[in-house]
Design a protein around this ligand. Structure first.
Ligand code: SAM
Ligand code: SF4
Length: 331
């Protein structure tokens, strides 16, 4: 076992947050995420349950403290609650969260909370049922709202993620979502759409900037106050509507990159370690694991990859990831 408890990259950033994608599959087909005829990997190519937990142990020994399960849709993974429980019990792990489209939360909130899950980020791009269907191609908003309610009743911490897409949900929908924070102690986060692989043209032509969003919201709901002197909460810049119980977060990876504060690494569903969401370079950790090399060797390779974590993305130079779409990486 490696005794060191800090993994830093060559720029001095401490990397201690791992996002694990449990599957590339999904029960929705959001227009900004994947093509409608998306093809998925065979399950034997994916990290198996014991492999996920083995890697979590190695990362926790190296000083990783926060873990998030994502996908694709993590709740369609069989035994997701068992995986959560295994991660929670791993020595060194301090926080376990999950990002979901919420469709299956109605039934899974309570078991997940019992397994030790602390927080869920639920993706809801609009509160309008028809526009929700249009954005997810076949989703039913009622399922997600029922899931959100179940998460609240189970006592899970809740954040809401909305990706804003020009001409789909950039006006009244954004205001309706922001209004939720007036009565609920939630963080509603607006995410700028990022370009990936075969969907990049659509994504780049439908982006809405943070400044435009803030203007739309403040015209409807009053001035927004910047919180924490502009310090980021994770990747989000935080604001509050006057008198609101919750807050608004803006994740503007394209127009206001937060690369200097990035503390994260990602495991793709097929077991590749990816150090920047928006760069294609990866380390094939699953193959290392399956060839049976020692834990020490795997940890040394991970440390080396982290040391070379890219400084940040280069979307401004039209350098965007071409080999995978978002659901194949883990958002
Ligand atoms: N299926 C789950 C969900 O939708 O929450 C988890 C996986 S999804 C890929 C994770 C997050 O990435 C979601 O909040 C989703 O809205 C966001 N996302 C997907 N495609 C994106 C894109 N092109 N740009 C920015 N965010 C994106
Ligand atoms: Fe599925 Fe999430 Fe991608 Fe939507 S954003 S298609 S719910 S993985």
């Amino acid at each position: 076992m490696i005794a060191s408890t800090n993994v830093t990259d060559r720029y001095g950033r401490r990397i201690d947050y791992l996002r694990i994608s449990l599957t590339d599959m999904c029960n929705l087909r959001c227009v900004y995420c994947m093509p409608e005829d998306m093809r998925f990997r065979p399950s034997e190519d994916l990290l198996q349950d014991d492999e996920v937990l083995h890697l979590v142990r190695l990362f926790a020994e190296m000083g990783f403290r926060k873990f998030r399960l994502t996908g694709g849709e993590p709740l369609i993974r069989e035994n997701v609650t068992g995986i959560v429980e295994g991660i929670v019990r791993t020595p060194g792990v301090e926080a376990v969260a999950l990002t979901t489209n919420g469709v299956l939360l109605k039934h899974l909130s309570r078991p997940l909370q019992k397994a030790g899950l602390q927080r869920v980020n639920v993706s809801i791009d609009t509160l309008d049922p028809l526009r929700f269907r249009k954005m997810t191609r076949w989703g039913n908003l009622e399922d997600v709202l029922a899931g959100l309610d179940a998460a609240r009743q189970a006592g899970l911490g809740i954040k809401i993620n909305a990706v804003v897409v020009r001409n789909y949900n950039d006006r009244a929908d954004v205001v309706d979502l922001a209004r939720l924070t007036i009565e609920n102690p939630w963080q509603v986060r607006f995410i700028e759409v990022m370009p990936f692989g075969s969907v990049a043209d659509f994504q780049r032509s439908h982006i809405v900037s943070e400044s435009e969003l803030r203007q739309t919201i403040s015209e409807a709901l009053g001035p927004l106050t910047l919180l924490d002197d502009g310090r980021l909460d994770g990747e989000a810049c935080m604001y509050r509507i006057e008198g609101a119980k919750g807050s608004l977060g803006f994740i503007s990876s394209v127009t206001k990159p937060f690369c200097a504060a990035c503390n994260r690494a990602r495991l793709t569903p097929d077991g590749k370690l990816r150090l920047c969401l928006l760069k294609d370079r990866e380390l094939d950790v699953l193959s290392l694991l399956r060839t049976g090399v020692s834990d020490r060797t795997i940890q040394a390779s991970i440390s080396e990859a982290i040391w070379h974590k890219p400084w940040g993305h280069e979307l401004a130079r039209d350098d965007f990831p071409r080999h995978r779409v978002m659901s194949e990486i883990g958002g």
